[in-house]
Design a protein around this ligand. Structure first.
Ligand SMILES: Nc1ncnc2c1ncn2[C@@H]1O[C@H](COP(=O)(O)OP(=O)(O)OP(=O)(O)O)[C@@H](O)[C@H]1O
Length: 927
C-alpha cells in the first residue's frame, strides 16, 4: 500500500474539492487506461494485499459477491465507487464471478514499489493485466471441479455462410493441457458441442452473427464469444500453430484440414490473449477422425441423462451410477468417454480387454485400486506449473505421484500377461521421469507451504547455503554462541561476550582490564578496537562484521535460494511435461478400467460383443439407474430384466431390394399401459449401446451390438419456452432431426411421438414417422406408443415387430409386471393409473363411463349417453336440487347428542359414560 503515494490518496476533507473537470490522480489515470483496454472484463486492480474494483465494476462486484461498496477519492467531481477482495482468498471470489458469467482481468503490480519511488515521490507503481480469467481458461484447483473437463472450444468456419460451409472445432482443457481438433458441419455442430460440453466457445464475429450458426448452437450460444476474424485467419494458421510448438512444419503432427488448423490457431491466439506472458503446456494437437465417435445430439443426451439429469443434477445420471473411479483424472476420463462412445470396434475391444482383465482378476483389481486411491492430479499440477501459477504443493503432488506411480508399475509388472491398454499404461508408468523424482525427493520438505514465497519448501540438509542462511536467520543466537565459545577458547578469556547494539552491530566485549590483551594479537582472530567504556572494552572482528551482513541478508538469501529451488524444480517438471502427462493418462485409464471392472463385478454386468454387424440383441437387459434407484428406495420390488432384439431378421442379408428386409435392423413397436415400464425399456437399450461402445461391460446377461454410429432419443415432452417453442414444436423439431439424419447404423428411440397434439393428427404423424424409419432410414428403432392402431404396421412391414408390457389385473387392480413380451397391449390402463395417482374418485368414475361409451361407439355399437350428458359437475348437481338454495346448514352432531341427555334420570355412571361419548364426538372431528 505504501506505493499508493500521495498522488493516489483521496483528497482529504481539509482540501478544497477539485474542480469538476480536475485531472485524475496519476493512479486513477493508470486505472482508467488499463480498464479502457479491457472494457468487457471486471478489472481486479492490485493495491497491496487487495484487488480493488472501481466505478461500475465495483457496483457489479459488490452486488454479485455481497461485499461492501465504499468510495475512494473523486473523479470528475464525483465519488469513485470502490469494492475490494483480499488477494489471499481471491480464488473464491473469482469462482463466484466466473460462475455468474463474468470475465475478470487480473492487474498486478509489475515493479517493486521502491523502484517507483526512485522516479519521484508522486509516481505510481507500474501495473499491467497479467491474465484474463474466463470460464474456459481457469486452472486453479479451487475454481475447478476435479472430475469435470473444463473445455474451451474454438469454432472455425471455412467459406461463407451456407449449408456447404465447413466447420471445425479445436478444444483444450487448459488445466490439463489437452489439445484436440475435429471437423463438423452445421447439422452435427450441436451434437459435437454437446459431446464436449464446453465452458466457453470462441468464434469469429461473422460466424457468431450468423443466424444459422446461432440456431445450431442452441443453448451453447450463451457461452459463445465473438472474437476478431483475424484470430481465425486460415492463411497463417498452420504457421502460427507450428510456431507455438516450436516446430518448422506440422507434418510430424499428422494431416490437419485447413478448417481445423484455423480453429487450432484461433484457440492458441485466444490463449495468448487471456494468458498473456504465460505459455500453457499444451500437448501436440490430436485430430479426432470424423466418424470415430457415436454422434449423440444435445436432446438425446439430455433425455438419456448421460452425465446430468434433466433437472441438471449429477446424482441420478448414468455417469453417477457407473462412476467407481478413485481419482479426479479418472473421473474426467470416464465422463469424457461416456460423452463420446467409440465406433471403432478394435478400439472398443482394447478398452474392454483392460476391463475384462481386471474383472477376471479380483486380487489385481483390489491391489491397483488401493494404489489409485486419491492418486494426485498430475495433469493439473503440471498445467499450473507451466503457466507459472503452480505452488510448492503442485511439486509435492508430483513427488507423491511419481513414487506412487512406481508402486503401481510394480503391481502391474508382477501381474503377468497384460492386455494392450494396460501394458501401454505400464510402459508410461515406467517412463515417468526418474531424475525429476530424485530431485523432488532430494529438495522438497515434507510439509509444503501453499506459496513459494512463504518459504519452507526446501528440506533441511538439501542445500548447504540455504541451511546456513536459515541457521543464520532462524538461529542467530546459536551461531553467535558458538562463535563466542570459540573466541573465549581461543583467547582464554572466559568472560568474553558477543553483544549487539544498533550503533556497533555485533561486537566482542571483555572487561576493561582484559581489553589490552586482545589488541595487537599476532595469531588467530584479529580483534579491532571499537570502544572503551568504564568497565569494558569493545571489539569488532572480520567474522562478526561478515556475520552481520550475512544475518541481515540471510532471510532474503534463504528466500532467494528457496525460490531458485522452486524455479529449478518447476522448470524440470515442465520440461518433463510429456512423460508426466503420459503417466497421468495411464493412471486415469487404469482407474477407469478398474472402476468399470469393479462395477461389473459388483452389479453382475457382462462383456458385450461389439462388431460391425447390424445386430442388436440384448438378453436380460437392465436399466442401471432405475435399478439402483429401486434398490435405494428399499422397495421389495426387484428390477425385471428384459430382452430386446433389433437385429436384421434372420436371412435378411440375402434378401435384397427395397421393401425386402435387406441389410437393415428391426423396429419394435412397444405398446403397453402407462407406468408399465416402456420408457425405462427404451432407455435401457440405448444406455446399453452407449456403455458397450465406451468399452464398458453392460447391465445384461448377454449383449451383441453392431456398432451404432448415431444415437437418437426422443423421450418425453418438454417445453422450450426460453427458445419460444411449445411442447409440440420441440417434439416435432426433434423428430424431424431424426427422420432427416438417421442412417442405417443409427439407433433410434422414439417415445410416444405425436402425443402433444389432437389424437388423429398425432396418430397420423406417428404412423408416417414409423413408416419413414422403416423405409427410408432403415435403422434399428424402438418406438413406444399409446396409439394401438399403429400395431397393424407389423403386418405390413417386414421388419416391424410388436412388443408389449405385461400387466395382470387382480380384483380390479392393475399390477405392472414390467415384462416385455411379443404382442399388442389390449388397453392403456390409463384410468387405473389415474386412480393410483389420486385423481378424485368421482372423476375416475366419470372417465370410466366416458371410456365405455367411446369404446362402444368405436366398435360401431350404439353409443351410450355419457358424452351427450351434461358435463361432470352439472351432471352431479342436476340430480338433487339445482335451484339456488342456501348452502346446507352445517349439522352439528353434538347438539342432538346433548339434547338427548336427561341428567335428572341418569346414574352417575351413565353420566360419566355420556361425558366420554361427547368428548369422543368432538375428538373424532365430527364437528
Ligand atoms: N423393468 C422394470 N423392473 C422394475 N420396475 C420397473 C421396470 N421398468 C419400469 N419400472 C418402474 O416403473 C416406473 C414407470 O416406468 P416407465 O416410466 O418406464 O413407464 P412407461 O410405460 O413409460 O409409463 P408412461 O407411459 O406413463 O410414460 C419406473 O419409474 C420404475 O420404477
Amino acid at each position: 500500500m505504501s506505493e499508493l503515494l500521495d498522488a493516489d490518496l483521496p483528497d482529504g476533507p481539509s482540501k478544497p474539492a477539485p474542480p469538476a473537470a480536475a485531472a485524475p490522480t496519476p493512479m486513477m489515470a493508470q486505472y482508467i487506461e488499463i480498464k479502457a483496454a479491457n472494457p468487457d472484463c471486471l478489472l481486479f486492480y492490485r493495491m497491496g494485499d487487495f484487488y480493488e474494483l472501481f466505478f461500475e465494476d465495483a457496483a457489479v462486484a459488490a452486488q454479485a459477491l455481497g461485499i461492501q461498496l465504499t468510495k475512494r477519492g473523486k473523479h470528475l467531481g464525483e465519488d469513485i465507487p470502490m469494492a475490494g477482495v483480499p488477494v489471499a482468498n481471491a480464488d473464491d471470489y473469482l469462482r463466484r464471478l466466473i460462475s455468474l458469467g463474468h470475465r475478470v482481468a487480473v492487474c498486478e503490480q509489475i515493479e517493486d514499489p521502491a523502484e517507483a519511488k526512485k522516479r519521484g515521490a508522486k509516481s505510481v507503481v507500474k501495473r499491467d493485466v497479467v491474465r484474463l480469467v474466463t470460464p474456459g481458461t481457469i486452472t486453479e484447483e479451487a475454481l475447478l471441479e476435479p472430475g469435470r473437463v473444463n473445455a474451451l472450444v474454438a469454432l472455425a468456419r471455412l467459406g461463407p455462410a451456407g449449408p456447404a460451409a465447413e466447420f471445425a472445432l479445436a478444444w483444450t482443457d487448459l488445466s490439463t493441457g489437452s489439445f484436440e481438433t475435429g471437423s463438423s458441419d452445421l447439422a452435427r455442430l450441436g451434437a459435437d458441442l454437446a459431446r464436449l460440453d464446453p465452458s466457453e466457445i470462441v468464434m469469429a464475429d461473422p460466424v457468431f452473427a450468423d443466424p444459422e450458426v446461432a440456431a445450431a448452437l442452441g443453448r451453447f450460444r450463451a457461452i459463445a464469444r465473438p472474437e476478431p476474424a483475424s484470430l481465425f485467419d486460415g492463411a497463417t494458421a498452420g504457421e502460427r500453430v507450428a510456431r507455438f510448438f516450436g516446430v518448422a512444419t506440422l507434418d510430424g503432427f499428422g494431416d490437419f484440414p485447413r478448417a481445423e488448423l484455423s480453429a487450432a490457431a484461433a484457440l492458441l491466439a485466444y490463449l495468448g490473449k487471456t494468458q498473456l506472458a504465460a505459455r500453457p503446456a499444451l500437448s501436440r494437437p490430436r485430430r479426432h477422425e470424423p466418424g470415430a465417435v457415436m454422434l449423440i445430439d444435445a436432446a438425446t443426451r439430455a433425455s438419456l441423462e448421460l452425465t446430468r439429469t434433466t433437472s441438471g443434477r449429477t446424482a441420478g445420471s448414468l455417469l453417477s451410477v457407473i462412476d467407481r473411479t478413485l481419482t479426479g483424472a479418472g473421473a474426467r476420463l470416464l465422463a469424457a468417454r461416456l460423452a463420446a462412445p467409440l465406433t471403432d470396434t478394435a478400439a472398443i475391444a482394447e478398452r474392454q480387454g483392460a476391463v475384462a482383465r481386471l474383472h477376471g482378476d479380483g486380487g489385481l483389481r483390489t491391489a491397483l485400486r488401493a494404489g489409485l486411491k486419491s492418486f494426485p492430479d498430475i495433469e493439473r499440477a503440471v498445467g499450473r506449473l507451466a503457466l507459472g501459477r503452480g505452488g510448492p504443493r503442485d511439486l509435492g503432488c508430483l513427488r507423491e505421484a511419481l513414487s506412487r506411480g512406481r508402486l503401481l508399475a510394480d503391481i502391474l509388472g508382477k501381474a503377468g500377461d497384460l492386455p494392450a491398454e494396460t501394458a501401454e499404461g505400464l510402459a508410461a508408468l515406467l517412463a515417468l521421469p526418474e531424475t525429476l523424482a530424485a530431485e523432488l525427493d532430494r529438495l522438497l520438505a515434507d510439509d509444503l507451504p501453499l506459496l513459494a514465497r512463504e518459504g519452507g519448501l526446501v528440506a533441511a540438509g538439501a542445500i548447504p547455503q540455504l541451511d546456513e542462511a536459515r541457521a543464520l536467520a532462524d538461529d542467530t543466537r546459536r551461531v553467535i554462541a558458538a562463535l563466542q565459545a570459540r573466541y573465549a577458547q581461543e583467547t582464554g578469556l572466559r568472560s568474553l561476550k558477543i553483544r549487539h547494539n544498533n550503533v556497533l552491530g555485533y561486537f566482542v566485549e571483555v572487561p576493561e582490564a582484559q581489553g589490552p590483551g586482545l589488541m595487537g594479537r599476532e595469531d588467530g582472530t584479529r580483534f579491532t578496537h571499537r570502544q572503551t567504556l568504564a568497565s569494558a572494552m569493545r571489539f569488532s572482528t572480520l567474522e562478526l562484521s561478515e556475520l552481520e551482513t550475512r544475518i541481515a541478508g540471510a532471510g532474503a538469501e534463504a528466500l532467494r535460494l528457496e525460490l531458485d529451488a522452486f524455479a529449478h524444480l518447476s522448470a524440470l517438471a515442465v520440461a518433463q511435461a510429456e512423460p508426466l502427462k503420459a503417466g497421468a493418462a495411464a493412471v486415469a485409464a487404469l482407474d477407469v478400467a478398474a472402476g468399470l471392472a469393479e462395477l461389473a463385478s459388483a452389479e453382475d454386468w457382462s462383456r458385450p460383443s461389439v462388431d460391425d454387424s447390424l445386430a442388436f440383441r440384448i438378453e436380460g437387459g437392465r436399466h442401471p439407474v432405475v435399478e439402483a434407484a429401486l434398490r435405494a428406495s428399499g422397495s421389495s420390488q426387484r428390477f425385471v430384466s428384459n430382452d430386446c432384439d433389433l437385429s436384421p431378421p434372420a436371412g435378411a442379408s440375402r434378401a435384397k431390394g427395397r421393401g425386402a428386409a435387406g441389410d437393415a435392423g428391426a423396429i419394435w413397436l412397444l405398446t403397453g399401459p402407462n407406468m408399465g415400464g416402456k420408457s425405462t425399456f427404451l432407455r435401457q437399450n440405448a444406455l446399453i449401446a452407449v456403455l458397450a461402445q465406451i468399452g464398458a461391460f453392460v447391465p445384461a446377461k448377454h449383449a451383441h451390438i453392431g456398432v451404432v454410429d448415431r444415437l437418437f432419443s426422443r423421450v418425453g415432452a418438454s417445453d422450450d419456452l426460453a427458445e419460444g417453442r411449445s411442447t409440440f414444436m420441440v417434439e416435432m423439431v426433434e423428430t424431424a432431426a431424426i427422420l432427416n439424419q438417421a442412417g442405417p447404423r443409427a439407433l433410434v428411440i422414439l417415445d410416444e411421438i405425436g402425443r402433444g397434439t389432437a389424437t388423429y393428427d398425432g396418430l397420423s404423424i406417428a404412423f408416417a414417422s414409423a413408416e419413414h424409419l422403416h423405409e427410408a432410414n432403415r435403422c434399428r428403432a424402438l418406438f413406444a406408443t399409446h396409439f394401438h392402431e399403429m400395431t397393424v404396421l407389423a403386418t405390413r412391414m417386414k421388419r416391424v415387430r410388436n412388443a408389449t408390457m405385461r400387466v395382470k389385473e387382480w380384483e380390479g387392480e392393475v399390477i405392472f409386471l414390467h415384462e416385455v413380451v411379443p404382442g399388442v397391449a389390449d388397453r392403456s390402463y390409463g384410468i387405473q393409473v389415474a386412480r393410483l395417482a389420486g385423481l378424485p374418485a368421482v372423476v375416475v368414475e366419470r372417465a370410466r363411463t366416458i371410456l365405455n361409451d367411446l369404446e362402444r361407439s368405436e366398435r360401431g355399437e350404439k353409443r351410450g349417453v355419457a358424452l351427450d350428458e351434461l358435463p361432470l359437475f352439472s351432471a352431479l348437481a342436476a340430480a338433487p336440487a339445482p335451484t339456488p338454495a342456501p348452502p346446507p346448514a352445517r349439522t352439528d352432531p353434538l347438539r342432538p347428542a346433548i339434547d338427548a341427555l336427561d341428567p335428572d334420570t341418569m346414574t352417575p355412571r351413565e353420566a360419566l359414560e355420556a361425558l366420554y361419548r361427547l368428548k369422543g364426538l368432538a375428538r373424532d372431528g365430527v364437528i
